[in-house]
Write a protein that binds this ligand. Structure first.
Ligand code: ADP
Ligand code: MG
Length: 263
C-alpha cells in the first residue's frame, strides 16, 4: 500500500508578476517504509514539493494524500529536517530541550519524554550531549541534533530537504550512513530531497528525477544496490556508476531541451 500519493500536483506562485509555475503535474507514490530520494537541479521545485507534502504550502491543482487522506494542513506523524541547521535549533535551549520540544504535544509523561530524548541522541551518536547548547557543537553535530529531534517524535514519515548541503564532505558521508542506519532501525518512510546525484543514488531504494522550470518528473529509477552500502566500495560499483550517469544524463538532456532555466 502506498503511504503517500502525489497526484498531478501543480504549484503556481502567483503573488509575483509574472506568476511562476514551480511544479507542473507532478505524480508519484511512496510505499510504507520506503527511502525515496528526489533529485533535481536548484530551483526545480524540490522544496516546494516537500512543503506541499508537509501541508505548509497549498497546491494550486492536484492533490497530496497521506494514508488515503488529503493533506490540507501539517499532518500528524510527520517530521521535517531542513537544510539550515543553524536556524532549525533554538540557540537558547540546551540540546536535550531542543529534542524534547516537539514531544510536548504528544501527551507523554516526563519519563517517556526523557527516554525518547536519550535514545534518539544515542541513535545519532550524541549520547551525553544533552546539557550542551547548539552553538557549542560543530555544524555536523547540530544537524545530528535536528535528526535526533525528528527521530524522537517517532514520525511515520520523515521529510529531509537537502539536509547535508552545508556540512563538510566527511561529515556528509557520516550523516548519509546515519540516515540509512536510522531508516533501518526505525523503519519510517523517508523522502530525501537533494541536488546531489551521487547522494540521491547512494541513499535510496528508488530515485525520482525532476527537471526544472517548471518542476516535473523526468523518471523514476529503482536502485538495485545491496542494502549494505559503503561510501567507498558502493560508489565504485559498476551499477552505481551506471545509475549516477543515467540520472546525470537525463538532467543534462532535459536542460538542453530548453525551458530549463539555469539555477
Ligand atoms: P528547489 O528547492 O528545487 O531549489 P524551490 O521549490 O525552492 O526549488 O523553488 C522552485 C521555484 O519556485 C524557484 O524558481 C523559486 O524561485 C520559486 N519560488 C519558491 N518559493 C517561492 C515563493 N514563495 N514565491 C514565489 N516564487 C517562489
Ligand atoms: Mg530547496
Amino acid at each position: 500500500m502506498s503511504t503517500l500519493e502525489v497526484a498531478d500536483l501543480t504549484k503556481v506562485y502567483d503573488r509575483g508578476s509574472p506568476a511562476h509555475t514551480a511544479l507542473r503535474e507532478v505524480s508519484f507514490e511512496v510505499g510504507e517504509g520506503e527511502l525515496l530520494s528526489i533529485v533535481g537541479p536548484s530551483g526545480c521545485g524540490k522544496t516546494t514539493l516537500l512543503k506541499c507534502v508537509a501541508g505548509l504550502v497549498e497546491p494550486t491543482a492536484g492533490r497530496v494524500s497521506l494514508l488515503g487522506e488529503e493533506v490540507t494542513g501539517v499532518p500528524e506523524g510527520l517530521a521535517v529536517v531542513f537544510q539550515d541547521y543553524s536556524r532549525s535549533l533554538f540557540p537558547w535551549m540546551r540540546v536535550g530541550r531542543n529534542v524534547e520540544f516537539p514531544l510536548r504535544t504528544l501527551g507523554l509523561t516526563r519519563d517517556e519524554r526523557r527516554e525518547r530524548v536519550e535514545s534518539s541522541l544515542a541513535a545519532v551518536g550524541l549520547a551525553g550531549k544533552t546539557r550542551q547548547y547548539p552553538w557549542q557543537l560543530s555544524g555536523g553535530m547540530q544537524q545530528r541534533v535536528a535528526i535526533a529531534r525528528a527521530l524522537a517524535y517517532r514520525p511515520r514519515m520523515l521529510l529531509m530537504d537537502e539536509p547535508f548541503a552545508s556540512v563538510d564532505a566527511q561529515t556528509r558521508s557520516e550523516l548519509e550512513d546515519l540516515t540509512r542506519a536510522v531508516h533501518r532501525e526505525f523503519g519510517m518512510t523517508i523522502l530525501f530531497v537533494t541536488h546531489d546525484i551521487d547522494e540521491a543514488v547512494y541513499l535510496a531504494d528508488r530515485v525520482i528525477v525532476l527537471r526544472g522550470s517548471p518542476g516535473a518528473v523526468l523518471s523514476e529509477i529503482g536502485v538495485d544496490l545491496s542494502d549494505e552500502r559503503d561510501q567507498i566500495n558502493t560508489r565504485s560499483l559498476p551499477e552505481f556508476v551506471r545509475l549516477r550517469s543515467s540520472v546525470a544524463q537525463q538532467i543534462r538532456d532535459a536542460a538542453a531541451l530548453g525551458s530549463g532555466t539555469p539555477s
